[in-house]
Design a protein around this ligand. Sequence first.
Ligand code: ADP
Length: 400
Amino acid sequence: MNDSILVVNAGSSSIKFKLYRIDGADLAPLLGGGMSGIGGTPLLTVKDGRGAVLEERRFTPGDVPDASAAQHHLEDWFAHHRGAESIVAVGHRVVHGGPDFAEPVLVDDAVLRRLESFIPLAPLHQLGNLDPIRVLRQRRPDLPQVACFDTAFHRGHPELSDRFALPRFLHDEGVRRYGFHGLSYEYVAGRLRDLAPETAQGRVVVAHLGSGASLCALKGGRSQETTMSFTALDGVPMGTRCGALDPGVVLHLIEHKGMSPAEVGHMLYHESGLLGLSGLSNDVRTLLASDRPEAAMAVAFFCRRVAQAAASLAVTLGGLDAFVFTAGIGENAPEIRQRIVAELGWAGLILSNDANRSGVARLDAAGSRAQIWIIPTDEERMIARHTLRLLGRAAPGATA
Ligand code: ADP
């Protein structure tokens, strides 16, 4: 049996996994799935590499109260169904690597303690991310585990990109712009290097537009600045998150509307963004299909803010050679791409409508002053590559 790498992406209410067979210079998807509805109506799903369902099992809420319990169930599944012994390492998506971790890291006790110290920076996510690491260390202490951070790719930022205009001591205490979606940006930067090496050397803005959304400025494939900052709330509006907001609004809600910090947090993370603006849905497909003016307004707002963010990042880069769309909306919504590029028409970006409709990789029309691309992201594969590399085994090439 070939060696394999397990990738685990755990949140507060779901754990997703992907198993890759190490196949010479290739990483071949073998299994994927996970547990959703943790703490609610838990459902374990496992699919093979082609997406055919191998297992679908419902649990009672009491059986899976948290991510640790979910990881135990997944481990049990692996132990019974497929040689868990073939797994040579596990790569974990960990949202926060704090100010220091600029690279993925092999987890030992000291690293785990350090990662726990970042829980206050991303309470819900970081806890859920670390639970499966603890479970696996307990059940399979000899199995190497690698933490791959959403923040790490942004750690080479110039100081100008990492600071808030707040008193200096707060920066030193960790109140700084960390940035997220780093594994996605790293993967996309690598793919652009494969597809268009010269372009990848230049000034590139990548728009990761999924249910979470952010943009990143790359120069020579390295992150220079990004729109999410201290938390994954900042930047452009998202499915249910507000994006950049006057901090005075938060003060107002607490001081004058009597809302508790927890209530404000819930509103900003779960009731705002496209959902809040439209009063209808957080899903772009639903909004595009609706004839309600609020839905149209939410879509227009989203496209305007994304284009504004791109223009702002182009200032950091001193120009723009390429604009890249990725993630659920960026990869699948031609109308949104068209509207964002139209908002950037003043900067000389011209979209080929045919290419945009057919969803090919290169979308710019003749005469466009910057290239326009769709590059599908693959954060799991990025984690698998990092994990292999940290094992001391050559990571398969960027095209794997
Ligand atoms: P996540 O951040 O959960 O990984 P994804 O990158 O999968 O999110 O993006 C999910 C979002 O992508 C959905 O909320 C939906 O709005 C959007 N999306 C997916 N497919 C389409 C489509 N065909 N047209 C428009 N939007 C889409």
